[in-house]
Design a protein around this ligand. Structure first.
Ligand SMILES: [Zn+2]
Length: 89
């Protein structure tokens, strides 16, 4: 058996979240842009350093964290995430 996980990582770099994922602006699973889909329910599913990684409630959150609602943590409001992202650039 080979490691499918290792191959996937090498091929498309999935191990490294993008800047927008780290900023919580896009789903870390399906890459939905929350700035354009404000009705999507983003949930905290994991962390990158001390920032939250988000995923849509439901299938995405379950894929990322094992729970459809992610971890028991409240995500930063979208407006704050956008502002932090702009400031950090
Ligand atoms: Zn998603």
């Amino acid at each position: 058996m080979y490691s499918a996980d290792g191959i996937a990582k090498r091929r498309n770099g999935r191990a490294e979240p993008t800047e927008e994922m780290i900023a919580g602006l896009v789903c870390s699973v399906c890459r939905t842009d929350y700035r354009r889909s404000p009705d999507k329910d983003a949930r905290v599913v994991s962390h990158h350093g001390d920032t939250q990684l988000l995923a849509c409630e439901g299938v995405c959150a379950r894929m990322a964290s094992g729970s459809v609602t992610g971890v028991d943590e409240t995500p930063l409001p979208l407006a704050d995430r956008v502002r932090n992202y702009e400031v950090g650039r």
